[in-house]
Design a protein around this ligand. Structure first.
Ligand code: UD1
Length: 421
């Protein structure tokens, strides 16, 4: 067991570069099995969710080589089974994407039900609804999902009752080679949906409308099996550094960013009095008005305020003057971070789905525990703001989605190290 030990407070300064987007990479990698071929992928983040997908590829006999840091070459030609029920499948959420991809390649898929971060129920009914609309039969038994389309998949019009990233991805994966055209209405618009569509289109798919709420997919018989692609930058990693800079009254250039992806966060930071300057591929965070002002936040699907920046934002709001609220509309019970922040002196009341953050309370270092990936990031930021020593356990959650988090914060002047417990 490892811990992060942080001596605070810190004022972050300097420059940090953001890596490839976890949520895009975990969709693009399963997409490569749709068409037997060899794929060169750049900007793949070095995180444990990707290690888990690599383990699944290896177990299925598919070659995966690390060409250089963050660049891989994978060969999906030898895949000859649609049974993906290995243990690794249950350790990440995105393993469910293998269902759509296998269905597309073989007309059948058996996958273990997915795992992932623990912040309440994470249903897959819309994924199933999508597969069924395309003509597949789906049954769930013994912790596995059995999906079959022995007569092939047929394009359909599918309306998602709730905007779901996962269901949008899975339907896109399943539909690219379906007969006829598929329309996904009320589709998710997140940058990783656009990234997956770009990748699939590079493979020869015909997908239009990704990034809007109507996606149209015209099925094609074959895709190209040899494709090179660079994964889009991680907007959640970028947002985490922007918030950390703001919370520590820091002066930080967050580089390798698509500023457009950051607009909902940028707007809130500016409203609070944080200095924000956006360039072509960077966002500069600097102190402007201090103390920071309170804020009212509601998480929403993209382009709304991302739920995956909710816990980090809660930490920032502990440093603002006055009472702020965060209303969670995506993962209604995502508040496990609040007790941990309160151990550090924060005053956060949770009345699901709303957290009321009574700002202006000085934080003091304490032993705290990350219970999910983004809560872990929130606790690290709190440790940077707090006086004294903070010990964050549950580091394996943070490793799931942040590449070299410790090194990147050290580069910005933080006193943080990773130690064996
Ligand atoms: C993805 C992200 C996750 C992020 C979330 C919301 C990945 C790998 N993970 O998760 O980091 O927090 O989007 O931005 O990209 N829902 C249903 N039925 C379904 C599927 C979802 O009701 O079949 C509901 C969920 O309960 C939730 C909402 O839809 O309230 C959004 O979930 P969804 O967008 O599917 O999240 P994930 O794809 O799991």
């Amino acid at each position: 067991m490892e811990k992060l030990i942080i001596q605070g407070p810190s004022v972050l300064t300097g420059s940090v570069s953001v890596g490839g987007f976890k949520n895009a990479a975990v969709a693009v990698l399963p997409a490569t099995i749709i068409q037997a071929g060899v794929y060169n992928l750049e900007n793949i983040p070095d995180i444990t969710d990707i290690d888990c997908i690599q383990a699944i590829f290896n177990k299925k006999g598919m070659e995966w080589s690390n060409v250089s840091s963050n660049t891989i070459r994978i060969d999906t030609r030898s895949l000859d089974t649609y049974d993906f029920t290995d243990d690794e499948m249950s350790s990440i959420r995105a393993s469910i994407y293998f269902a759509g991809a296998l269905l597309s390649r073989f007309g059948h898929a058996i996958v273990a039900l997915p795992g992932g971060c623990n912040f309440g129920e994470r249903p897959i009914d819309l994924h199933i609804k999508g597969f069924e609309a395309l003509g597949a039969t789906v049954r769930q038994e013994y912790g596995k999902l059995f999906v079959d389309a022995p007569n092939g998949l047929k394009g359909a019009s599918i309306y998602l009752d709730t905007v779901s990233v996962g269901a949008t991805v899975n339907i896109m994966l399943a539909a690219v080679k379906a007969e006829g055209s598929t329309t996904i209405e009320n589709a998710a618009k997140e940058p990783h949906i656009v990234d997956l569509a770009n990748f699939l289109n590079n493979m020869g798919a015909k997908i239009r409308g990704a990034g809007t709420d109507v996606i149209k997919i015209t099925g094609v018989k074959e895709l190209k099996g040899h494709t090179a692609y660079t994964i889009v930058q991680d907007m959640i990693e970028a947002g985490t550094f922007m918030i950390a800079a703001a919370a520590t009254k820091g002066n930080v250039f967050v580089r390798n960013v698509i500023p457009k992806h950051m607009e909902s966060l940028t707007a809130k930071l500016e409203e609070m009095g944080v200095g924000v300057e956006a360039g072509d591929d960077f966002v500069h965070i600097f102190p402007k008005d201090w103390p920071l002002d309170k804020a009212v936040i509601k998480t929403m699907p993209y382009p709304g305020f991302p739920t995956d920046l909710h816990p980090q934002m809660a930490t920032l709001l502990t440093q603002a003057q006055g009472d702020s609220t965060i209303k969670e509309t995506v993962w209604l019970t995502r508040f496990q971070y609040a007790n941990e922040l309160n151990r550090m002196g924060a005053r956060i009341d949770v009345n699901c789905p709303v957290a009321s953050i009574h700002g202006g309370q000085p934080l003091t270092g304490a032993p705290v525990s990350a219970n999910d990936l983004r809560a872990g990031a929130a606790l690290v930021i709190a440790g940077l703001c707090a006086t004294g020593t903070t010990a964050v356990s549950g580091v394996h959650y943070i490793d799931r989605g942040y590449e070299n988090l410790v090194d990147k914060f050290r580069q910005l002047g933080a006193d943080i190290e990773r130690v064996e417990d």
